[in-house]
Design a protein around this ligand. Structure first.
Ligand code: F6P
Length: 323
């Protein structure tokens, strides 16, 4: 191995910079040349490739986002686009690619690997919906950002005896909502994995008030059938009968923009270092992630064909704890 490249793709996640830094510095330590592909797979199609030295990644471990930039490239999803990308990698004499990102990104990594090119994926998304990692890079920081917002909303909700709805990200996965709901002490959690009856939500909140709670807070996942907009509309339409409405806060991209906490800085560093370690051993076609507390590798074939499941027992626990 003489030359590698690294890219970040899809939704950015806090800790990506720590992973880039570790890839670059451990790669240089092995006497490899390291390139950065800018703006995800798009940089491979537009020749946006820069050499990275130790100083190029100085002072970034504490920064959110990704210094390489990211994108979602429709062209790379086509076979022709991927062939063009491989040609670019050959032109730069890049022997292997480290690809940092979530589900869509790793589907691209798998496709390149199927075409015979050596790749290593690093599991990174705030959604925590990627098979092959118990906790993906960026989740911890995103959760803490959501919790800060929830804690603040509870203060004002209590002052006014109000009911609030907080929508968190997560695409079609309820992990962020469920964990934010448990750690934030929410009265109800609504996730895509479980069907929601808005009448039951209203009943739960009424019971919470009767028990003497000063506020009611519902955390809802953006991918739920009744997302914040739909649920708030339902409550508004039936306000007289239900007795109250829900004030809505949508956290959106705020959750992605946080500066990485200690957990994500360390996780990104370990994942980045492990990625070059696997390549040095001649291994590729793998996703590197945190599994049972250890940095572990899962074949991309397995990642592409399995869906990560959510522990729904935790939803029951959230209900019990809300009492
Ligand atoms: O996958 C990360 C994520 O933030 C999801 O939670 C969200 O649904 C999506 O990306 C938003 O994508 P975009 O930044 O392209 O709007």
């Amino acid at each position: 191995m003489k030359c590698i490249a690294v890219l970040t793709s899809g939704g950015d996640a806090p800790g990506m910079n720590a992973a880039i830094r570790a890839v670059v510095r451990t790669g240089l330590d092995r006497d490899w040349n390291v390139f950065g592909i800018r703006h995800g797979y798009l940089g491979l199609l537009t020749d946006d490739i820069v050499p990275l030295g130790a100083r190029s990644v100085g002072g970034i471990i504490q920064q959110g986002g990704t210094i390489l930039g990211s994108s979602r490239s429709p062209e790379f999803k086509t076979e022709e686009g991927r062939r063009k990308a491989l040609q670019m990698l050959r032109q730069y004499q890049i022997d292997a690619l480290i690809i940092i990102g979530g589900n869509g990104t790793q589907a691209g990594a798998y496709a390149l690997s199927q075409m015979g090119y050596p790749v290593i994926g690093i599991a990174s998304t705030i959604d925590n919906d990627l098979y092959g990692a118990d906790i993906t890079l960026g989740v911890d920081t995103a959760l803490n950002v959501a919790l800060e917002a929830i804690d603040r909303l509870k203060v004002t909700a209590s002052s006014h005896q109000r009911a609030f709805l907080v929508e968190v990200m997560g695409k079609d996965c309820g992990y962020l909502a469920l964990m934010a709901g448990i750690a934030g002490g929410a009265e109800a959690v609504i996730i895509p994995e479980v069907k929601t009856d808005p009448e039951l939500v209203a009943a739960e909140l009424r019971v919470a008030y009767r028990r003497g709670k000063a506020h009611a807070l519902v955390v809802v996942a953006e991918g739920a059938e009744y997302n914040a907009e739909r649920l708030a509309r339902y409550f508004q339409q039936h306000r007289e009968r239900l007795g109250f409405d829900l004030r809505v806060t949508t956290l959106g991209h705020v959750q992605r923009g946080g500066a990485p906490g200690a957990f994500d800085r360390l996780l990104g560093t370990r994942l980045g270092a492990a990625a070059t370690g696997y390549l040095a051993q001649g291994d590729h076609g793998l996703l590197i992630g945190l599994l049972k507390g250890e940095i572990a590798a899962t074949p991309l074939t397995e990642v592409a064909t399995h869906k990560k499941s959510l522990d729904l027992g935790l939803l029951d626990l959230a209900g019990i704890l809300a009492k």
